[in-house]
Design a protein around this ligand. Structure first.
Ligand SMILES: Cc1cc2nc3c(=O)[nH]c(=O)nc-3n(C[C@H](O)[C@H](O)[C@H](O)COP(=O)(O)OP(=O)(O)OC[C@H]3O[C@@H](n4cnc5c(N)ncnc54)[C@H](O)[C@@H]3O)c2cc1C
Length: 474
């Protein structure tokens, strides 16, 4: 493909920015990334108003994927790049606004998955780690040998962070010492900077200039895309258009392809450790990433919660396993779930999960009077069988979709864009076959799209917390 082809990318989250980087690295010189987010000003920070799923201050980076070894291997490859980025950032002579030499893009905090019932997902994950020679990085929290080993390697304090041993009779779990936390906003700023350094990528951000209102098709050959229009009325011609619009992707796809992806939302909350409680700050900064009752496959179990270590400023982010909220709206393509990140209210069910977790396991924080300072919704496009979709849209030779990151796509920021580059350059990268539109036959689809506003997962009908009376107390 000519290197001066005009390439338009819709979306500057993980999937869009990574695509821009990999194309630019392969000398494509004419890449434009559009995003309706005001990222020049909010710097991808969710507390400054950024709303994409990728915009966050922390995201889990793990390689444990039960039997999905393609993700396991891609995550290990990503991890190596995260370490390399840490080094490059530390010694960089010039950095863009928002990054300093003291920032860390990735921190190896460890990640402990805890449950109150024996979970054979862990055995299967450990078996796949063993095949890679990685078993020594994993610690079964009930295995005496692993526990002894953790004392030598220094991971012992992270094996039972919630002090559940002795309280939960059937406690099971694995501490994964390979995993850690990415500072998501910093990672995105860094990758954007890497793109800009090539001189091949322009970023056009903002609710008017950056918002793509229309994909324009050729009047003679309607399956061919010729450009895009933005909300300020400008037209940009394109040889390729890549839709990497996260939870907004399904609404940009032709209707017949929409079943492959669905926009699904989840809540998270932030609590602030009181500034005079240095003891709590020290304790929670040194926490591993914690999953409680959150299995990869049994996504609909109640009471599942994940919790990040405290940031240096004492913010702890906690998410409930409630990632099945849809916000349904009717448009020319019928009833469809679309992101609604303006929602301020928590569903009662989500609040109850948070409260229960605090009551049971975070008594010291509750006693210190921490309250929910912020709650947010994030929507992401979830692919059938939780697989990404990175492929030409069927019937269209120059329209590509790169999406479906669901609730696990962030960690692949360093590498995921090469699959888009592969499509445009005609290269067949290892594992690309998993991300094809038709890699899963329709008859095997596991998500039936929610279309009914009365569905218990439709935010249109759920019961919300009364913010004035019971929102803040935990
Ligand atoms: C609550 C939650 C927690 C998660 N936790 C983790 C985790 O710990 N670890 C992990 O690896 N993954 C995690 N994920 C998954 C990860 O966040 C997503 O897979 C990833 O961020 C998706 O990236 P994206 O680029 O597809 O979408 P997004 O980041 O949403 O980016 C899409 C962009 O497109 C823009 N856009 C949309 N429409 C238009 C338009 N018409 N014109 C211009 N721009 C447009 C949006 O503004 C947005 O910036 C989590 C996801 C959620 C929702």
């Amino acid at each position: 493909m000519p290197k001066d082809s005009k390439i338009v990318i819709i979306g500057s989250g993980v999937f869009g920015i990574s695509a821009a980087y990999h194309l630019a690295k392969e000398q494509y010189q004419n890449i434009k990334v559009f995003d309706k987010g005001d990222y020049d000003n909010n710097k991808f920070n969710p507390l400054q108003g950024a709303t994409g799923a990728s915009t966050d201050f922390n995201k889990l980076v793990r390689a444990s994927y039960v039997e999905k070894v393609h993700y396991q291997n891609l995550a290990l490859e990503s991890l190596a790049v995260y370490y390399e980025w840490n080094k490059q950032l530390k010694s960089a002579a010039f950095l863009p606004e928002g990054l300093t030499n003291d920032d860390l893009i990735f921190k190896n905090t460890g990640y402990v998955r805890l449950d109150d019932y024996p979970n054979n997902e862990e055995e299967r994950t450990l078996a796949n780690f063993s095949k890679q020679g990685l078993r020594a990085y994993e610690y079964d929290i009930n295995d005496p040998e692993d526990i002894e080993r953790s004392k030598i390697t220094g991971w012992y304090s992270k094996i039972d962070p919630l002090n559940q041993k002795g309280t939960v009779k059937t406690l099971s779990g694995v501490l994964d010492s390979i995993a850690g936390v990415a500072n998501a906003d910093k990672a995105l700023l860094w990758m954007k900077y890497l793109c800009e350094r090539t001189g091949n990528v322009d970023f056009i951000y903002g609710p008017r200039a950056g918002s793509v209102s229309k994909i324009v098709y050729s009047s003679e050959t309607p399956e061919k895309v010729v450009g895009i229009e933005t909300a300020d009325g400008k037209y940009y011609p394109a040889d390729y258009v890549i839709v990497a619009a996260g939870g907004w992707t399904p609404q940009l796809l032709p209707s017949k392809n929409q079943e492959r992806l669905e926009s699904v939302g989840s809540t998270f909350i932030c609590v602030q450790i009181p500034h005079d409680r240095q003891d709590l700050l020290e304790k929670y900064k040194n926490f591993p990433m914690v999953n409680w009752k959150l299995t990869f496959e049994g996504n609909l179990r109640k009471d599942g919660v994940y919790m990040f270590p405290a940031t240096d400023d004492g913010i702890i982010k906690i998410g409930a396993n409630d990632h099945f909220w849809r916000y349904l709206t009717g448009n020319d393509k019928g009833i469809l779930s679309v992101p609604n990140t303006d929602f301020k209210l928590l569903p009662l069910e989500s609040l109850n999960t948070y409260k229960k977790f605090f009551r049971q396991w975070l008594g010291d924080l509750s006693n210190a009077g921490v309250k929910i300072e912020k709650s947010r919704y994030r929507f992401s496009a979830v692919g059938q069988h939780n697989e990404f979709v990175i492929d030409f849209i069927p019937g269209h030779s120059n329209l590509i979709v790169s999406s479906g990151g669901g609730f696990h796509g962030f960690k692949f920021l360093p590498i995921i864009g090469r699959f888009v580059e592969g499509l445009i350059s005609g290269k067949d990268y290892k594992y690309a076959e998993f991300f094809k539109f038709d890699s899963i036959p329709k008859k095997d689809y596991d998500i039936e799209l929610v279309k009914d506003q009365a569905n218990p997962y439709a935010l249109n009908s759920v019961k919300f917390v009364d913010r004035k009376t019971d929102y803040f107390d935990l």
